[in-house]
Design a binder for this molecule. Structure first.
Ligand code: NOJ
Ligand code: CA
Length: 571
């Protein structure tokens, strides 16, 4: 009745309970679908599961072999599904459990893994557990959430919610506050309660039994809370509350809970796991992914857009990549990503979404697919989709962006300044609907889209790029195919050339007699190559300038955002 978990086929006769070899995760190329914005099959303006199903041919042609679905569970959508009201039900707007099963079967038929988002730091306040828990102090679910008596008639401490305001909300029926690190419709679950943990573990098993191949585990660094709830030492924000930090993230108790998940589910069932973590350094990342920790296969570190936009530089990016490689090369693995639903569009942030749009989008793709680690492609990056500039704050949906807008007004900014900030930071930049073709609303819906489509859809869309061998989409297809054909990309070591030019990013990948050289110019200016790096042998496999004929043999410099992969020797 249940679909076979793929390793059953590969490891015939193996003892189910043994810890299976997990080398297969190195061959994944994961495509993240944000279902609300992917494809609307019934014209209600909201992307849905039948819509994803319709586009599996597109994904198969792209070459990806795993899909990560952002949450599709029952939810009132205060935070687009990251507020779950029923863990074993499908969101009505997205379809039915039968639709999900069809999607699962069709993915598996095509050899694609299906990875689900798992949001267990908090649920929705509309989850029946919370409804019961908040009704009195002595019900079956009384301890499923984090309740605290008022302190001096007020909130128990100064913690700010990530989305603004206090992290505590008062409930008269209990005469107590509950904790919500995110919006007040996302009450934090109480992991200290054994019965709650049991519910979560059996829910995870239920999904694995239904054929889920892996989990992307949301906001996982915050499970364990210090029971004395100390004030945050950080300065207050304009609304008077302070962001919490290391007093909550990455506590030893949280790691213990993750290891319990591992013991109960991940390792026994050979599921793929990627944790979304909040860390202050790469060293802290190790605590979640080093193989001897038995926690996650890999991790996605969360960096707030506001921080990333203002601190990012090619130099910092190089250093972070190198540092992450050095620390994990003998004891772990990397989730490689430049985009997701919480970040600005990568070509707008790291590349140039105007003059050098196409070459810079290709260069970023070439960086992503040639580094060690499992590449994650976020929907639309393979088309070079860009940030959007809405005319009014009303057009934005992201609660985070709206909160920042109001905080800025409180700080004395003008509405125009605050709107500009929202344009820069809003997570809606990544959430505008997929641009499938040049028809109204980019072919995403025949109705009115829940979030406006980026007006550039007439130029930037999948249909326009599908028939063009030199499009960004074609470059992504070539990259994914290269990765399959050249184990040096998925298995090779990384040897970096330490160069004084910040914008030059050059490295070698080597594996079993094959040697690849990768060069990127992370700037809009020509950049001379140091003598030793001018390729004098081998052949160029791919170039971001393929439209102009590719690599020019004999050249001694890279053009703006030029990126080239050379094969110097082969086995
Ligand atoms: C991280 C998710 O990626 C983000 O979209 C969400 O708002 C928070 N976690 C809360 O679940
Ligand atoms: Ca729909």
């Amino acid at each position: 009745i249940l679909p076979k978990i793929w390793y059953d086929e590969e490891k015939k006769g193996a003892d189910d309970l043994m810890i299976p070899e997990k080398d297969w995760i190195k061959d994944l190329v994961v495509y993240q679908v944000y279902p609300r914005s992917f494809c609307d099959s019934n014209g209600d303006g909201i992307g849905d599961l039948p819509g994803v199903l319709q586009k599996l041919d597109y994904l198969e042609e792209l070459g990806v072999n795993a899909i990560w679905l952002s949450p599709v569970y029952k939810s009132p959508n205060d935070d687009n599904g990251y507020d779950i009201a029923g863990y074993q039900e499908i969101m009505e707007e997205f379809g039915t459990m039968e639709d999900w099963e069809r999607l699962r079967d069709d993915c598996h038929r095509r050899g694609m893994k299906l990875i689900m988002d798992l949001v267990v730091n908090h649920s929705s306040d509309e989850h029946p557990w919370f409804v019961e828990s908040s009704s009195s102090r002595d019900n079956d679910k009384a301890d499923y959430y984090i309740w605290h008596d008022p302190v001096n008639g007020k909130e128990p401490n100064n913690w700010a919610s990530v989305f603004g305001g206090s992290a505590w909300e008062y409930v008269p029926a209990r005469g107590q506050y509950y904790l919500h690190l995110f919006s007040k419709k996302q009450p934090d679950l109480n992991w200290a309660c054994p019965a709650l943990r049991e519910e979560i573990f059996s829910m995870m098993e239920w999904w694995v039994d239904r054929g889920v191949d892996g989990f992307r585990v949301d906001a996982i660094s915050y499970l364990d809370k210090p029971q004395d709830f100390p004030d945050s030492p950080l300065p207050p924000q304009p609304d008077g509350y302070s962001m919490f930090g290391s007093e909550i993230a990455g506590r030893e108790g949280t790691h213990a809970y993750i290891r319990q998940m591992g013991e109960r589910i991940f390792r026994k069932r050979n599921v793929f796991t990627v944790g979304e973590v909040s860390v202050a350094s790469t060293q802290e990342l190790l605590d979640y992914v080093a193989s001897d920790r038995d926690e996650f296969d890999m991790a996605i570190p969360f960096v707030a857009p506001v921080v990333e936009i203002h601190t990012w530089s090619p130099r910092k990016m190089k250093e972070d990549i190198w540092e992450g490689y050095r620390l994990l090369k003998d004891c772990g693995w990397w989730a490689r990503f430049l985009s997701n639903h919480d970040k600005p569009r990568q070509v707008s942030l790291y590349g140039d979404d105007k003059e050098h749009w196409e070459v810079s989008a290709k260069m970023l793709g070439m960086l992503l697919h040639t580094l060690p680690g499992t590449p994650f492609v976020y929907q639309g990056e393979e088309l070079g989709m860009t940030d959007v500039r809405f005319d009014s704050i009303q057009d934005y949906d992201d609660p985070d962006a709206k909160n920042r807008y109001h905080q800025m007004l409180l700080e004395g900014a003008s509405p125009e300044e605050a709107l500009d900030q929202a344009r820069l930071e809003s997570r809606d930049n990544a959430r505008t609907p997929m641009q499938w073709d040049a028809s109204p609303n980019g072919g995403f819906t025949t109705g009115t889209p829940w979030l406006k489509v980026n007006p550039n859809y007439k130029i930037i869309n999948a249909a326009a790029q599908q028939g063009d061998p030199h499009s960004i989409l074609s470059c992504y297809k070539a990259l994914i195919a290269l990765r399959k054909a050249h184990p040096a990309l998925s298995r090779g070591d990384l040897e970096r050339f330490d160069l004084p030019q910040d914008q030059l990013f050059c490295y070698r990948r080597r594996y079993q007699g094959e040697e690849l050289l990768v060069l990127h110019n992370f700037s809009g200016e020509d950049c001379p190559l140091p003598g030793g790096l001018i390729p004098s042998r081998g052949k160029a496999l791919l170039s971001s300038y393929d439209r102009e004929g590719g690599w020019r043999p004999g050249s001694t410099s890279l053009r703006p955002y030029e990126s080239v992969i050379f094969q110097l020797s082969h086995p």
